[in-house]
Design a protein around this ligand. Structure first.
Ligand SMILES: C[S@@+](CC[C@H](N)C(=O)[O-])C[C@H]1O[C@@H](n2cnc3c(N)ncnc32)[C@H](O)[C@@H]1O
Length: 285
């Protein structure tokens, strides 16, 4: 079932942020992020950090004020199962040419037909069981240009579906992140179900070191949600690296082309389904 999680919100002077981050790590945070400035004072940072629900008592016992924290709020988020009805209806289905997704609860055994690779991705809060066109297009583009031996970054990882596909297609390493706290939990469970480790964090690109480099970035995320991040993502690409963009509508192509050319990205391949489009882009000098 969907795990509960704790959300800790507080504000802190910027110079105390590092101390807090160390404490978050000690308590095995599943991710933390700076929340857009609410005070207007650049010296004060608002932070939201997420933890497994089992940490609640320990989190409550920490003296956050002694670490510089102010306006501390700690909540255990309920395990609302919004997907219960939907999950009763979902059925296993093929994805791309090589994969087969079982979105049901993982209680029973299941098998993929022929030589398709089985992905067990229970339909819960996180997005990505492969039923949406944007995921299907991304998988198909990954199949036509497999990220063999690549270091892959999965932006908006959801259930981890694209990460698991990338690993099955030969990626050397895959990491991913998502703003949705449910995603980090989903990926952690799904990697156990699929016996493929994919580290994922809840938060933003800021968690990566400036030196991190990726040969292949996949981002099935609406363009308006990434608009400030495209240049940073481009800076993380190795020379000649590839970026797979999905999650935009065919009528939005001119705008996405503009974003791409502004980031020195050239379209190498693309496809559409229904009203959705996806492109494979190459980093050019
Ligand atoms: C369409 S879903 C894709 C999920 C999965 N990767 C797939 O292909 O099926 C988009 C995901 O991006 C996340 N998201 C939206 N804006 C984001 C951002 N700026 N940074 C990281 N994740 C973001 C959403 O929470 C959501 O899980």
């Amino acid at each position: 079932m969907t795990p509960d999680y704790c959300r800790l919100a507080l504000c802190v002077a910027r110079e105390d942020l590092e101390r807090l981050a160390v404490e978050f790590e000690r308590l095995d945070t599943t991710g933390w992020q700076e929340v857009t400035a609410q005070s207007g004072d650049p010296r004060v940072v608002h932070v939201a950090a997420f933890f497994d629900a089992e940490r609640f008592a320990e989190l409550r016992a920490v003296d956050w004020r002694a670490l510089g924290g102010r306006s501390v709020e700690l909540d255990a988020e309920p395990a609302e199962d919004w997907m219960e009805r939907y999950r009763d209806l979902v059925q296993p289905h093929p994805l791309g040419r090589r994969f087969f997704v079982d979105p049901r609860e993982p209680e029973g055994a299941t098998e993929a037909p022929g030589d398709r690779v089985l992905l067990r991705l229970p339909a819960r809060e996180a997005f990505g069981t492969g039923s949406h066109e944007s995921t299907q297009l991304a998988v198909e583009l990954l199949e036509t240009c497999p990220p063999e031996n690549s270091r892959v970054l999965d932006v908006g990882i959801g259930t981890g579906v694209l990460s698991f596909v990338a690993r099955a297609l030969g990626a050397r390493s895959v990491v991913g992140y998502d703003l949705d706290p449910a995603a980090a939990f989903a990926v952690a469970e799904n990697w156990r179900l699929n016996r493929t480790k994919v580290p994922a964090w809840c938060g933003t690109l800021d968690a990566l070191s400036a030196e991190a480099r990726f040969d292949f970035i996949v981002a099935n995320v609406r363009p308006e949600h990434l608009i400030d991040e495209y240049p940073c993502l481009r800076a993380l690409m190795s020379p000649g690296g590839l970026m797979l963009l999905s999650g935009f509508l065919e009528r939005e192509e001119p705008r996405v082309r503009e974003i791409a050319s502004g980031c020195r990205l050239e379209v190498r391949d693309g496809r559409t389904r229904g009203e959705w489009s996806a492109w494979l882009l190459e980093a050019v000098a």
